[in-house]
Design a protein around this ligand. Structure first.
Ligand code: ZN
Length: 346
């Protein structure tokens, strides 16, 4: 191991990124160094790459970004126990404070002082990444690196779908980006009776069908509320996983939800949205949940188990793999929407 590595760097406060030679991170006593074997591109990384208003408000440059990965531990700090050189690992990307009310009550995923890999500190679009040992999730030795690298985003899907009862329920996933597609697969594997996938992108609706959607609706071509009502014999669905962030889609999502249903929202609308609270939430007695991050570490346990057991086959979801150097092609694919997960191989 030399002293420098290749990394994708947000090199300036503006659009784009560059492949650079940078120092390999130096670990602290509580940290471990991981050789990255696979790292996948998240929607967040696309925001950083294209440099939208959110990125401008949050990201400092120059910085290595990326936060979804799997790899092999190559160095451990002197205070680290429970993780050793040679372990195959991924990592929870939220580093929490252990001091705030939420941490003190075991709700680490909503820590008030969360710091995120590849957002607040150096990320994993690189040959090596360092993480606090407490954030390490060990992978089964026979889990392929590509599959292991997408556990972090799949954890968002698992957290959303399993935030309430799902077996025997009718479910709609509104917005079928990669996490929406994963949500379809998780809902199917968890015993949902109908899994209705809704999007405006036929490529992604085809993927949703491959992983278990029982009905797909292109909402640019037909009224999704009307169709959901037909499928559910006029009742509406019992669970909606909102992953679109689109104002019109969100209002439709509430309309297709049956009385007493659950609306679990993972999406991040960029502006406040007007809703009919009286008729669509109060009188219907629905539960609305915000979903953020992954429960530490219940969600990781569920996600790893679903992948490793084969209950969820993520093979169709990983549509593209390519060398780290070809990252621009990967980002172009993500921007086009003609892909599932794109995985980079350092
Ligand atoms: Zn905290």
């Amino acid at each position: 191991m030399g002293t420098t590595m290749k990394a994708i760097m947000k090199h300036h406060l503006g659009p784009g990124a560059e492949l650079r030679e940078v120092p390999i991170p130096q670990i602290e006593p509580h940290e471990v160094l991981i050789q990255v074997k696979a790292t996948s591109i998240c929607g967040t990384d696309v925001h950083i790459y294209t440099w939208d208003a959110w990125a401008e408000s949050r990201i400092k440059a120059p910085m290595v970004f990326g936060h979804e990965f799997s790899g092999v531990v190559v160095e451990v700090g002197r205070d680290v126990t429970g993780v050793k050189i040679g372990d195959h690992v991924s990592a929870e990307t939220h580093v929490v404070c252990h001091q705030c009310l939420q941490c003190k009550t075991g709700q680490y995923h909503i820590c008030q002082n969360t710091k995120i890999l590849g957002v607040e500190f150096q990320g994993c679009f690189a040959e090596y990444v360092k993480m606090p040992a407490e954030n390490i999730w060990k992978n089964p030795i026979d889990m392929p690196f590509e599959k292991a690298s997408i556990q972090e985003p799949m954890g968002n899907a698992v957290h959303t779908v399993l935030a309430g009862p799902i077996a025997g329920k009718t479910v709609a996933v509104v917005g079928c980006g990669p996490i929406g597609i994963m949500a379809v697969a998780v809902a199917k594997a968890s015993g949902a009776t109908e899994v209705i996938a809704i999007d405006i992108n036929d490529y992604r609706l085809d993927l949703a069908r491959k992983v278990g959607a029982t009905v797909t609706i292109n909402s640019a071509q037909e009224d999704p509320v009307k169709r959901v009502m037909q499928v559910t014999e006029g009742t509406g669905v019992e669970v909606v996983c909102e992953m679109s962030g689109h104002p019109v889609a969100i209002r439709q999502a509430f309309e297709m939800l049956t009385n007493g249903g659950r609306m679990s929202i993972l999406s991040l609308p960029t502006k406040p949205i007007e809703l009919d609270i009286t008729n669509q939430i109060v009188f219907k007695g629905v539960t609305v949940q915000g979903i953020t991050g992954r429960k530490m570490y219940e969600t990781w346990r569920q996600t790893s188990g679903l992948i490793h057991s084969g209950q969820v086959d993520v093979t169709p979801i990983i549509t593209h793999t390519m060398p780290l150097e070809n990252f621009k092609e990967g980002f172009d694919l993500m921007i086009s929407g003609q892909c599932g997960k794109v995985v980079l191989l350092p």
